[in-house]
Design a protein around this ligand. Structure first.
Ligand code: 13P
Ligand code: SF4
Length: 317
């Protein structure tokens, strides 16, 4: 049954019966994206979760995303089809690490990427996503130190754009994006000289994309460093008929739907996030039937984290 039209009808029927809305991140399996009520990037999904009128949110994504929805909507039931769907980037810093880092810079403003646990968010001043990281850092008093965590490549991107010298960057990374490397990108750039290039800022190759642009391998106006939601917007106005995509491969599904006339190719077609892919059609059906896995955030932690997440959803487009 799973993945078939009957499965999709059953999922929709059970969701209606449970007064639930289904949210799916752009990296989810195509069947999950197609059955969801809303598909988007981390920022868009957080905003939708904050405003949902249904009593239950079913989050098809990874655990920190579902936790963020619970922080924003504490009175709602938040379910994730498989609570084991973690994130290697969120695991790269814990609350004790952050406490120790803050002790070194007691006056600094802490800006955390949304890919963090609720405990880390509770120690944070402002959260951000890849959509609004630059705007969030730009909103901080230029004279104050900023501790930016946990992604070193997104941090380097923000530092490059803002030119901010007092931005201190944690050395975390996402194993999927870090694995999309400069050599592959260089080879693809040479093989597709007329293509545009969409690069997620979590990629280890973001710097080499800009380098290639500087070398003329890619005209600078064909290189775009974008969040997953930003990629969809850019696809709709792309001038080239060929686009190379440097991010998790789940992204290709929405891109192909948004711009069917464009040939989208992954820079690295092995860049698949095993955590995102734990949300299978069977797991979603089980979630609706059994009402599991429910996401809980300790109320005191959620209260502390809420301010930083709310500031995140207020900043940027
Ligand atoms: P965005 O959807 O915010 O670009 O995030 C990408 C990501 O890696 C989520 O885990
Ligand atoms: Fe985390 Fe990377 Fe997977 Fe995104 S792609 S959920 S950052 S491990």
């Amino acid at each position: 049954l799973t993945g078939t039209p009957e499965w999709a009808n059953e999922v929709k029927r059970l969701a209606r019966e449970a007064d639930a809305t289904i949210l799916a991140h752009n990296y989810q399996l195509p069947e999950i994206q197609d059955v969801a009520d809303h598909v988007g990037d981390s920022l868009a999904l957080s905003r939708i979760a904050a405003e949902a009128t249904e009593g239950t949110i079913i989050f098809c994504g990874v655990h920190f995303m579902a936790e963020t929805a619970k922080i924003l909507s504490p009175t709602k039931t938040v379910l994730i089809p498989d609570a084991r769907a973690g994130c290697s980037l969120a695991d790269s810093i814990n609350a004790d690490d952050l406490r120790a880092w803050k002790a070194e810079f007691p006056d600094a403003v802490v800006v955390s990427y949304v890919n963090t646990t609720a405990e880390v968010k509770a120690l944070t001043d402002i959260c951000c996503t890849s959509s609004n990281a630059v705007d969030v850092v730009a909103s901080v008093d230029p004279d104050r130190d900023v501790l930016f965590l946990p992604d070193q490549f997104l941090g380097a991107h923000v530092k490059r754009i803002t030119g901010r010298k007092n931005l201190h960057i944690w050395a975390g990374e996402c194993h999927v994006h870090a694995g999309i490397n400069g050599d592959e990108l260089t080879a693809q750039a040479k093989a597709h000289p007329n293509a545009e290039l969409f690069v997620h800022p979590e990629c280890g190759c973001a710097t080499s994309a800009l380098y290639l642009a500087g070398e003329g391998a890619f005209p600078a106006d064909r290189v775009h460093i974008l969040s997953t939601g930003g990629m969809i917007d850019a696809a709709k106005v792309a001038k080239s008929k060929e686009v190379l995509v440097a991010t998790e491969i789940g992204m290709l599904h929405q891109l192909r739907k948004a711009a069917p006339g464009i040939d989208f190719q992954a820079v690295n077609d092995r860049a698949s996030c095993k955590y995102m892919k734990m949300i299978t059609p069977a797991a979603l059906l089980r979630c609706l039937i059994e009402g599991k896995d429910e996401v809980h955030v300790d109320p005191e932690t959620a209260e502390l984290a809420r301010g930083s997440v709310q500031r995140m959803i207020e900043i940027g487009t």
